[in-house]
Ligand binder design. Structure first.
Ligand code: ATP
Ligand code: MG
Length: 331
């Protein structure tokens, strides 16, 4: 897809020497400030073609702002990026033509039918009638929307809307798709179905850049980056990121009053980190810590009823809490 270098090509913030033919995205020192506030504070990372790249971070950490810059929708205030070889500032139009973008708020027209939404996006990307017929057929099958072509989009359940939004974002067969929290608000079955679709796209060589809050989804990704307060605080494969905790012992404690127990453990000796993971209390007691043996009795004598304690393998969520903690924050 990359255009050969020629003297007509506009200047880029990312030098040619940093961009390789197997790179889908190369980000270099990219920044976006709104007034004095740096929503994205100088980030660097690379996404290889064919990867599923997970971009994780808490609310307000800069995920959508990053995606909007990479899609050529807003301009960075510093640094830049190349997307499929194109510069996001000077070649934003080419970037937009070569990517698909499924935004956090599915960009569907609720008062148009399924077919009308598809037609609208086909128009934006200038598909011929024959190409549209082919893509429409494929998308209706893929999204399980056959028979619903004339239904008003607003009447579809969230799972259908999500698949229609993916269809619209991919109508022009982009080789790179940005998906901003594509599964938020969707039930677990629909989420699983959606990830099957994403895996099919990836198997066909399409690069996927996905933001999510669901840690279980992050394990579907080949590589991840964690963004926190506008900065990348970790990047690597899920395995590499979990390795951050390889030397620590994580205990999962089932206790009647988890939040109370959590408060009681704050600042206690031998407790590196403690936090709730779902209904369970997770306690990182660090390396070869005596706290492992006496945690149940310590909680018991503080008046908490401990129902069970298990040593567990660190999850990505454990790693995330740890990484945010290292920054002096709370996940
Ligand atoms: N146009 C804007 N003007 C001012 N501040 C903005 C603007 N867009 C985003 N921000 C701020 O930048 C920060 C990052 O926002 P962003 O939407 O990128 O976060 P996010 O990681 O996508 O969060 P979420 O998980 O809630 O979607 C937030 O503090 C947000 O309020
Ligand atoms: Mg967002």
């Amino acid at each position: 897809m990359r255009m050969p270098w020629n003297p007509q090509q506009p200047e880029s913030c990312v030098p040619d020497s940093l961009v390789h033919s197997d790179d889908a995205i190369v980000v270099s020192g990219m920044r976006k400030s709104f007034g004095d506030f740096a929503a994205v504070d100088g980030i660097d990372f690379t996404v290889k073609k064919g990867e599923i790249f997970g971009f994780l971070g808490p609310n307000g950490s800069g995920k959508t702002t990053t995606i909007r810059m990479l899609c050529g929708v807003i301009e960075p205030t510093g640094g830049g990026a190349r997307v499929m070889g194109y510069d996001i500032c000077s070649q934003a139009e080419l970037v937009r033509a070569n990517i698909g973008y499924m935004s956090q708020k599915f960009s569907l027209f609720q008062d148009l039918t399924v077919d009308e939404n598809l037609k609208f996006y086909a128009g934006i990307y200038g598909l011929s009638a024959a190409k549209f017929a082919e893509r429409r057929g494929y998308i209706l099958e893929m999204a399980d929307l056959r028979g619903r072509e004339k239904e008003l989009t607003g009447n579809l359940s969230v799972g259908w809307k999500q698949r229609l939004a993916l269809g619209c974002a991919t109508i022009h067969e982009p080789r790179l798709i940005f998906l901003d929290e594509p599964t938020s608000g969707v039930d677990p079955t629909a989420r699983r179905h959606f990830w099957e679709l994403l895996n099919e796209l990836a198997a066909g060589g399409v690069t996927l850049f996905v933001t999510t809050h669901y840690m279980d989804e992050a394990t579907h990704c080949n590589r991840l980056a964690f963004i926190y307060r506008g900065r990348i605080i970790a990047a690597g494969t899920p395995h590499e990121i979990k390795d951050e905790l390889a030397r620590d012992t994580i205990l999962q404690v089932e206790v009647a009053d988890g939040e109370g127990a959590l408060a009681a453990l704050e600042g206690e000796p031998g407790i590196k980190e403690a936090y709730m993971q779902g209904a369970m209390l997770h306690v990182n007691v660090g390396e070869r810590s005596a706290a492992e043996a006496d945690l149940p009795s310590r909680l018991g004598s503080a008046g908490f009823r401990v129902l069970g304690t298990d040593r567990v393998e660190p999850t990505l969520e454990d790693a995330f809490v740890h990484l945010v903690g290292k920054q002096g924050g709370r996940a």
